[in-house]
Write a new protein. Structure first.
Lengths: 422, 422
């Protein structure tokens, strides 16, 4: 039986007709390898920004339903153009939007989750030898309402299609060459990882490495879909393969270092040391859809019988968070301030290999101490250690950790784009 | 029971967000009149040209299916934006593409005909008090393939929706103020007609007046849908109402004068005067999808027992026509040349009132004779008389006929755009 390969191309890979021709070549090459090919594409380049701009001109708060109707047109353009470009090379191709395929999602706008993908039409067209081009990012409810999947949606579409079709692999083509040991814009001799486990990738993604959206990695992990991240423009480079930790040999304790500059630290001071207080705070925040990352509760002060609860949130959620906490303050009997510190960064080391190798955490802490970088909070998981440091120390911390865990490459990574604000 | 009004806005009426806001106001005003409103919109301004340009960059002959996938995205944008603009004014609105409504067409790309329109979703949403915005120009086959309706498609969508919903009226908003007695760019004091019959409108449309596509008028006539053509920008002007001839009082013998400069005259000389020759010629042309307009067969010459067959075609079809006739020449035994004359214009007068008023034709011929304009062919229908004249005489002919049939207005029509090439 022929193998199915799902390929996904993001907006920068299809931003003009020349780039679409390049994508057509990549797609045809995979077909020529003897595989059945399903291609998922995003909207062209800045289409989405342009559509959002017009919507904002018409309404300060456009309805989610109409926004999804609007944005889904972006992929409608790119799928048809790519199908034409493939046909122009003499291959059979057919494009489908999410409604035509039956990419069924829950009835939620702007961030729907995929429930089910119908495969009859896809399998029939693959059987007829056609290359199939599917619109990413979009879905449809059982009632025929158009939805979109939110950030990283096209990656998720591709992985979900790969799972539904029992694909051999899902290749995510993008403008970076793979997953690096850290952001190559910060550390020019960061190494590209040949392979990484889903778990490590998830921690790196959450830790601020913007290669793949965590949702797509979660989906790949859940359905055991091997994912490859590679460049649309440098085809001699195979990128990074992301797969189950059971399928890879862990040869290194630390896979990568990441910094996340988008968090803010909140401290709720002098809350009574009694059961249920933390639960009240975090259930209130959950109700407001505020994601909390690191959480530290201090030991109770003997005299006042109070403690401090510190946690980090996404800086975008700051106004909502402060409002929610002010509302809650008297209810929980907090007598102190609510302190807000935006001048922080979360620096993390990630590696499935650290599970059975002691001393990784202490090496991290010592490295930061040697640089005279103060650690303000620590959190750990089985395969990650994160330290909260001052924002202006993040770059030094990343560079030193990258070096001490021997992640450097002999080559300087070729990256485009501006340095992130570290 | 509330009345349903269908409104249609073309590309120039929704070409930017300010114009979309203007359309929202017109829509809301109709809703405030106590009617249920269904709005049909075309793609914004030059969207279609832009999409076609990209398609041409990718493929010299893009497949019809993918072209329809591509072009249908244009209305996807305008329907969502208009729904948002209506919502921003505090009214409930919902947009649907053709697939969501169920505007079912035959399985033909780029010029599909509507077979059926499902009305359950529309009626349900109208019942809920919502203003419905529907994508014009597009349809879907029973198998879920996206189709487009070809030239004048959005007008046809609007009329078909009005028929399906048993609407009170279908208002076509456009950039002209209505149907005029002749092209106001040629005759500045042309009068706007307050009403005109479907039949007259069809003849005027075929005769070259570009206000409405004949297909939409045919559909309106078939389903007895009153049509109003009016300006999106001058709302104090009610435009022109198009309705059944049985419902209007015919107070004028001639409703309008039109010139069509897009035709070419073909003469097949010296064909044998025997049965079946004309049939062979015109069935061959029909097979090649070449529409023939005026046809004249001369009296047979007694000596040679041959005659000439002359007819007019759309100039765009000229190369196809010549090829087809050359192929046919020996088969039908034509011994003469195939003459081609592009330097012609068809000037027509149209009026349901001419049926029972003699002397209209002679007035037309005399008027042209007085101007020393040679009539090269004549064809007549119940409500139209067309004369073929030299192209450079068309403007003089139109002006004189407009005057002799007393079609002038006291006011000078306010029109934009360049003079057509007369």
């Amino acid at each position: 039986m022929r193998k199915v390969i799902v390929q996904k191309f993001g907006g920068t890979s299809v931003s003009d007709t020349d780039k679409i021709k390049n994508v057509a070549k990549i797609v045809i090459k995979e077909k020529e390898n003897g595989n059945d090919v399903v291609v998922v594409v995003s909207a062209m380049g800045h289409t989405t920004d342009y559509l959002v701009k017009m919507a904002k001109e018409l309404s300060p708060m456009p309805s989610g339903r109409e926004m999804d109707m609007l944005l889904s047109t972006g992929e409608g353009v790119s799928i048809a153009l790519l199908a034409m470009a493939i046909q122009a090379q003499g291959y059979e191709a057919v494009s489908f939007n999410a409604m035509q395929v039956g990419i069924i999602t829950e009835n939620v706008h702007s961030k729907a989750r995929i429930i089910n993908i119908k495969t009859d039409k896809l399998r029939q067209n693959l059987k007829e030898g056609k290359i199939i081009v599917v619109a990413g990012f979009q879905g449809v409810t059982e009632d025929g309402e158009i939805t979109t999947l939110g950030r990283g949606g096209s990656d998720t579409s591709a992985v979900a299609l790969a799972a539904a079709l029992n694909a051999e692999r899902c290749d995510i083509y993008t403008d970076v060459e793979g997953v690096y040991t850290t952001d190559p814009r910060v550390v020019p001799n960061a190494s590209r990882l040949e392979s990484i486990s889903y778990e490590e990738m998830l921690e790196l993604a959450h830790a601020g490495a913007n290669v793949l959206h965590p949702r797509s990695v979660e989906t790949a992990k859940q359905f055991h879909v091997p994912l490859r991240v590679r460049s649309s423009f440098k085809l001699d480079n195979l990128g990074t393969l992301i797969l189950g930790v059971d399928k890879m040999e862990i040869y290194r304790p630390v896979a990568g270092v990441a910094a996340d500059l988008s968090q803010t630290r909140i401290v709720v001071c002098d809350v009574p040391d009694k059961p249920g207080v933390a639960a009240k705070i975090f259930s209130k925040l959950a109700k407001e859809h505020i994601s909390v990352d690191m959480i530290i509760q201090s030991y109770a002060r003997k005299i006042s019988n109070t403690n401090d609860i510190a946690f980090t949130i996404d800086t975008n959620d700051l106004p909502k968070t402060v409002t929610a906490l002010e509302e809650l303050k008297s209810e929980i009997g907090a007598t102190g301030d609510i302190q807000v510190d935006e001048n922080i960064a979360k620096v993390s080391i990630v590696g499935a290999g650290m599970i059975d190798r002691p001393g990784i955490a202490s090496t991290m802490f010592e490295t930061l101490a040697d640089l005279n970088i103060n650690i303000r909070m620590i959190s750990t998981s089985e395969i990650k250690i994160s330290c909260l440091v001052d924002k202006d120390q993040a770059e030094r911390a990343v560079k030193a950790l990258h070096k001490v865990f021997e992640l450097e490459s002999d080559e300087v990574a070729d990256v485009k784009g501006d340095l992130p604000n570290v």
